[in-house]
Design a protein around this ligand. Structure first.
Ligand code: VTB
Length: 326
């Protein structure tokens, strides 16, 4: 993968963030998502690559754009796997809540796990705790290991967990250890990535969320030198049968970084839509808007935070996709 692609992918997540940010707090998560998808799709077409969506908006019959198997880019080499979530946290944008991002990961073809739309049990940490966590160990053992790697007490850890009934047990266990917990209503990609960014205030993300989101977070953690482990959690027979066909051996296989993102190069880009622990949200001004993006490449380990000012009048494409309902 050419390094020049890095900036191209920044443009893609910026466009999705700019388009969906217009919908913040307006109570319409479908419109917010639709705006992000259209914008992302439009900018992808301007990039020299032969991309195939492996994680996207759903199957061909469920999504008109960015569906699994859709080709993106102008068709020239390199051949790439593309994982996208144009709006990660639709409810967050609809309600103006914190932590919504536009996100993508692109890898050499054949590298990304084609995670189906089902749940995955996950644990994500930064480079300091790499090799020290185990999805099958107790919450207490994992928290102690992460605290030790950060040279701090478990009482000073911040654990992020989706606020769901299914997490009652792990929340109670984390509380029994005395860890600080941040319960979030949605959007577990951002805190999983934040766990590997020093100074973000997040030390570990754990719990059951989306499997596609797990692959996106794993791609970021690969760039950051962190670690994610996951395990698919099929909710019914159909999902179980679908996981059987994924070529991961057994459905309950412990998925490692290599299973999730492979061993080739990966580029990850995420732009904040609403403010979060990782990224600032879109701020509109009189002539355009400012965006905040994290972009990274696994091969070199370069981590960039890109603050951009967009002048809509000078960017016809952005202006076109950003008009929304005006
Ligand atoms: C998960 C999580 C996402 O939606 O997919 C969640 O990974 C859905 O979980 O980040 P529930 O079925 O419990 O609502 C997000 O929070 C947002 O897309």
């Amino acid at each position: 993968m050419e390094r020049e692609l890095t900036l191209e992918f920044v443009r893609v997540t910026e466009a999705a963030a700019l388009a969906s940010a217009r919908w913040m707090g307006r109570g319409d998560k479908i419109a917010a998502d639709d705006a992000a998808v259209r914008a992302m799709r439009a900018v992808f077409d301007t990039i020299s690559m032969d991309g195939t969506v492996v994680i996207g908006e759903g199957e061909l019959d469920e999504a008109p754009m960015l569906y699994i198997g859709e080709k993106v880019g102008n068709g020239s080499l390199p051949r790439l796997d593309v994982a996208v979530d144009p709006l990660e946290g639709t409810n967050l944008v609809a309600k103006g809540g914190n932590g919504a991002i536009a996100v993508l990961a692109v890898a050499e073809a054949g590298c990304l796990l084609h995670a189906p739309d089902m749940y995955m049990n996950k644990i994500a940490v930064g480079p300091w705790a790499k090799g020290k966590i185990d999805l099958d160990a107790s919450v207490s053992d994992n928290l102690k290991a992460v605290a030790a790697s950060l040279k701090k007490s478990v009482h000073d850890l911040t654990v992020v967990i989706l606020d769901r009934e299914r997490h009652e047990k792990i929340i109670n266990e984390a509380r029994d250890c005395g860890a600080r917990i941040k319960l979030i209503s949605d959007g577990d990609v951002s805190p999983a990535v934040a766990a590997a960014v020093a100074g973000s205030g997040v030390d570990i993300m754990m719990g059951i969320g989306g499997a596609p989101e797990g692959v996106l977070a794993a791609a970021a953690l690969k760039c950051l030198g962190g670690e994610m482990q996951g395990r698919l959690v099929p909710s019914n027979e159909e999902e179980y049968n679908r996981s059987l066909k994924m070529g991961i051996g057994s459905v309950d296989k412990l998925l490692t970084m290599n299973d999730l993102v492979g061993d080739g190069d990966v580029i990850f880009s995420a732009t904040g839509i609403t403010d979060g622990s990782l990224l600032k949200g879109v701020v509109f001004n009189g002539t355009g808007a400012c965006t905040h993006t994290l972009v990274m490449r696994a091969k070199t380990g370069t981590i960039r935070f890109v603050e951009a000012t967009h002048i809509f009048a000078k960017k016809p494409l952005i202006e076109k996709i950003n008009v929304g309902d005006d």
